[in-house]
Structures are given as C-alpha cells and as structure tokens.
Design a binder for this molecule. Structure first.
Ligand SMILES: [Zn+2]
Ligand SMILES: [Zn+2]
Length: 253
C-alpha cells in the first residue's frame, strides 16, 4: 500500500523539521505502507526542507520515501510553476485545481456560493481547468479529480460527458489520477473521484495512484486499503507510485 498525498507542514500547522518527518514515517510503517510521498502545497515551497525528507527517509529501509509537491494550478501561471519545479528533482508533482477565476471554491463556508450557481456550468468551468492542468505537461498526477463536488452539488448532465475532455487529456499526456480518500471527511462524504468516474478512469486504462491527503500523521494511509479493494473490484490490475517523475507499478493481485 502507498500514500502519495501527504502534507508535512499542512497549512503551516507545524515546522517541517526532522521530528515532524519521523512522526509521519512512523505512522506510515504502522499502517503497513511500502511507499509514502510528501506533497506539500507549492504555496509553502520556501518553508520546505526537501533534502531533509530524503535524508531522514534513509533510516527507514523498508519504506520508499518520495518527494512531491501539490501545485495549485491556475491558467497563465505555467511558467511560474515550471520555475518552481526546476528547483528540486521531484519524484512526482500533483496538479490540483482549487480555484475558479480567483474563487477558492473548496474553502470552508463556500457552500452557498456553490448552490447559487447552475451546476452544469460550474462543473464545465471546473473540468475545463482540469483539462488545462493536464495539458500543461507540468504534472505527473491530477489531484482529487472531482473536487468540485465537495459540497455535494451534483450536475444534471452526465458526469462522464462533463469529464470527457479532461480524461482524454489525462490519457494523452500519460498522467495518473489519484484516489483521494479525504473526500469522505468533507461535506460530500465520499472519495474523489466518485465510483462512476473511477470506473471510467480504469476503463480508459489511466494509471491510478493513492492518497489520503493527510495533513497530520495520524491520517496517513486512511481508508487506502478500502480504496485498493474497490479498485481491484473495478478490474484494475495495478496502482502506481513514482520515482524521478517515472511511474512504478505495484500489482493489485
Ligand atoms: Zn488539494
Ligand atoms: Zn492536498
């Protein structure tokens, strides 16, 4: 089992020091993980000690410790993002859409604004940004594919039609999609992506990776066994981790 969506400093909740790193790695071992990846928000890039992650990781020989980054994707910022990604040899990079034209739609207290909009238009705007993120070529992975459902607002149109172009881009560019189990603890109360979307991802032969989106050590690995079992049930044969921006497959057999 692997968990490639772990936030060490979260939202500046703690110092990214050796004690914090060891706390997360110990939690990973207790959960039986074989691979853990730190992917803090790019907003905190200047506060991260990324070489420290590799250094501390060496004292856990049974655990592969990967260094990633979760990047807030905003169209027009591709060059700025590229500049950040050149500053460290990341194992993987998660591209995430958390904003629509400056609106941080997944923030607490935003439900009313979700409900005030035409749901189909909302989903169309969101997925067009996801498609741009995929086409940017900056990322190995797309974060929480259907984050726009966070407050439980669902489209009237078929979700598979709405997501079609974004998934085509994901497949064309060879990105992975994550099962992000954290959605279960948000108002929507289910993993990202929803089962029907995940089934389509598997059907299209898109690689799948796993992430808890833990912002504290005790959440590392949460519900990922269940996510893997569901993936297997859908007919997927493998999940992927990453090293040096290349996927490494693990059999689900
Ligand atoms: Zn995110
Ligand atoms: Zn995250």
């Amino acid at each position: 089992m692997l968990d490639l969506h772990v936030h060490l400093i979260g939202h500046q909740d703690r110092q990214a020091d050796e004690t914090a790193v060891r706390g997360f790695l110990q939690a990973a071992i207790e959960k039986g993980l074989v691979e853990i990846g730190f992917a803090d928000h790019d907003l905190y890039f200047g506060e991260l000690d990324l070489p420290l992650l590799r250094e501390v990781g060496k004292s856990y020989p049974g655990l592969k410790v990967r260094v990633g980054l979760e990047v807030d994707y905003r169209p027009g910022e591709e060059e700025k993002i590229q500049g950040v990604l050149e500053r460290f040899p990341f194992d993987y990079v998660i591209g995430s859409v958390h904003e629509i034209e400056g609106w941080a739609f997944d923030s607490p207290g935003e439900e009313a604004r979700h409900r005030a909009q035409d749901p189909d238009a909302l989903y169309e705007r969101y997925f067009s940004l996801v498609e741009k993120a995929a086409r940017s070529g900056l990322f190995t992975t797309l974060g929480h594919l259907d984050l726009i459902k966070i407050y439980g607002v669902r489209p009237r149109k078929d979700i598979l039609k709405l997501v079609d172009r974004a998934l085509t881009a994901v497949k064309d560019l060879g990105l992975a999609i994550e099962i992000n189990t954290n959605g279960r603890y948000k108002p929507v109360g289910e993993f990202y992506p929803e089962p029907k979307l995940l089934q389509e991802v598997v059907h299209r032969g898109i690689s799948v990776t796993l992430g808890s989106d833990a912002h504290e050590a005790k959440v590392v690995g949460r519900d990922l066994g269940e996510a893997m079992a569901f993936l297997h049930h859908l007919g997927a044969k493998k999940v992927v981790g990453f090293q040096g921006r290349e996927p490494i497959a693990y059999s689900l057999m």
